[in-house]
Write a protein that binds this ligand. Structure first.
Ligand code: SF4
Length: 412
């Protein structure tokens, strides 16, 4: 090809330090050459041991590689080792992350069994305390992390930013009053809070590889700006997430928009999608969205992907939608078994298309594809395997027959 290439070979790669989050022999590396990790958080009362252990299990089985639980009271801290015990009994080895605010120094020092049962601590420098007292409390938590060799995420959040730091930056830049300048000050405060806290943790003796940073915000453009700045100034592994993203389509789209821009630039070593569950919606939905973001970007593969057209006036029956859903559900439901039996199956592509316009083309590009008949077309559905048209399905059981062909293909 002549001229400038249209695209780079792959998204940018940004190499960070690598943290090790472990429970027993199960080690989840974050950063460095590790794949972008998926994590989530429970919304149960941590004191409720069984309820919390069940939700951790659900999140882990959905694909969450780390699960965070809030540790907010002495009772919650006392419950943590029991939650761990329940998970171990269920053979769920997902590492637990403890989320600490305000009283983390007391809980981590007074409940050593909790400190040991957790695999990582999240510390929010914005509410760890102020001045010398705050420094001492922060150091106490880091000392516990050093003692038990646990990584720490310095988790700065716009909603709980260190107000003294922000005020000192505002005072030092009192002449700047344009909206964009005020934003710059806000971003600077977030990034400085994270980086200065990381340095403080290193001064206490924490291994820099065991430090992760996050600077979460709830607006997409703010988050992108802050993480771009943060990634320029540090090589710590970064935890990425749009905080308080909201519910439903808004939360899903906002998270995908923000995270995708940054991940495409190689920024982000672990992601959390913070969705507010809609009434009746499972907590695991946020894990599903996180997996889909990584898979859509081609950064990781978790399930065979199903390419399906949206359908239009050329698709008159619901066969096409039914078949797409059936195939998608079938592939996902089989993955727990297939993942071990057929390594690489998660990278498979299946196409289910509604008519002859794009059907054959997309089907040929997939590993296995079917082009259903649209309005006015002959009632036949050609099936393509590895780019070749191999047979044509007809009749009332096209869905069942195609599913069997997919299954045979995977077995083969
Ligand atoms: Fe419509 Fe056919 Fe395109 Fe599907 S492939 S959207 S049915 S024109």
């Amino acid at each position: 090809l002549d001229g400038e290439p249209i695209a780079e070979a792959a998204p940018a790669a940004r190499r960070t330090r690598q943290a090790r989050v472990a429970w027993g022999d199960h080690v989840v590396t974050v950063g460095g050459d590790a794949p972008v990790r998926v994590q989530s958080m429970t919304n149960t009362d941590t004191v409720q041991v069984i309820e919390t252990a069940i939700q951790v299990k659900e999140l882990a089985l959905a694909g969450s590689e780390l699960v965070r639980i809030t540790v907010n009271t002495p009772e919650a801290a006392a419950a943590v080792p029991h939650i761990r015990e329940q998970l171990d009994r269920m053979n769920i080895n997902v590492p637990l992350v403890g989320d600490f605010h305000y009283n983390g120094h007391r809980l981590l020092t007074e409940y050593p069994a909790c400190a040991e049962a957790l695999s990582k601590y999240r510390i929010n420098p914005g509410n760890v305390g102020r001045g010398e007292k705050g420094d001492r409390q922060f150091a106490q938590m880091v000392e516990v992390a050093c003692k038990y060799d646990k990584p720490v995420r310095i988790g700065v959040n716009w909603g709980s930013l260190d107000q003294e730091l922000l005020k000192s930056l505002m005072d030092a830049n009192a002449k700047r009053s344009k909206p964009w300048e005020l934003k710059q000050i806000m971003y600077e405060a977030l990034v400085r809070s994270a980086i200065e806290s990381a340095q403080a943790a290193r001064d206490v003796g924490l291994d820099p590889n065991q430090i992760l940073l996050s600077c979460k915000m709830s607006a997409v453009q703010d988050l992108i700006s802050v993480y771009r700045g943060l990634s320029k100034r540090t090589d710590y592994a970064l935890h990425l997430g749009l905080t308080e993203a909201g519910m439903g389509a808004k939360g899903t789209v906002a998270s995908a928009a923000a995270l995708s821009v940054l991940l495409q630039e190689g920024i982000g070593d672990t992601i959390r999608v913070s969705l507010t569950p809609q009434p009746g919606e499972a907590r695991t939905q946020e894990v599903v969205v996180a997996l889909e973001i990584l898979q859509s970007l081609g950064l990781r593969h978790f399930n065979p992907s199903v390419t399906a057209c949206p359908g239009c006036g050329r698709t008159t029956s619901t066969v096409f939608q039914d078949l797409t859903k059936q195939i998608d559900d079938f592939l996902r439901s089989q993955m727990p078994v297939w993942r071990d039996r057929f390594p690489g199956v998660e990278g498979m592509k299946v196409a289910v298309m509604g008519c002859i316009v794009n059907g054959p083309g997309e089907s040929k590009h997939a590993d296995i594809g079917i082009s259903l008949p649209g309005t006015g077309e002959a009632p036949s559905a050609p099936v393509y395997i590895d780019g070749e048209r191999v047979l044509t399905l007809r009749g009332d059981n096209i869905a069942g027959e195609f599913r069997a062909i997919v299954e045979q293909y995977i077995e083969r």
